[in-house]
Design a protein around this ligand. Sequence first.
Ligand code: DQA
Length: 145
Amino acid sequence: MTSILILNGPNLNLLGTRQPAVYGSTTLADVEAMCRTHADTLGFALGFEQSNHEGVLIDLIHAAKGTHAGIILNAGAYTHTSMALMDAISSVELPVVEVHLSNIHAREAFRHKSYIAPVALGQICGFGAQGYVMALDALKGHFAK
Ligand code: DQA
C-alpha cells in the first residue's frame, strides 16, 4: 500500500491552544484523525510525526526514502529559515506537498518567504486543518499521472 508521511514542525504540537485566532481550535490529534480517515478512503497508509527540532525533521525526511512515497510537510517557522530542510527534501527526491494552516502570504513579510516551496510539488495554505486533507488529494492526483 502506498504510504505517505505527514510531518509537522515546531510548535505544531500546541495546535488547539496556540493562537487559536490564527491557527484554529483543531488539535494535532484531530488533524491526524482527519488525515487517517481520508487516507483510508484514498488507500494510503500514513505515518504522522511532529518535532520541534530541525535535525529530527531532517532525519525523518531522510528515513522517509524507501518507506514512504511522498511527504506532506508543515515545517512551521523552519519554512522561512531552513536551507537544511530544503536540502533534505532535494536529497531524498520524494514528492513533497507544503502545507500551512494559515495563509502565510497574508501575514508578516518574513512569512512570505518559503525555503520549502522551490523543492515542493506545490503549496497549500490558508485552509486550516483541511489543507492536510487537500494535500492527500494532491498526492493521490500526482501518483495517478
Ligand atoms: C505555519 C505558518 C508559519 O509561519 C508558522 O511559523 C507556524 C505555522 C502554519 O501552519 O500556518 O508555525 O506553518
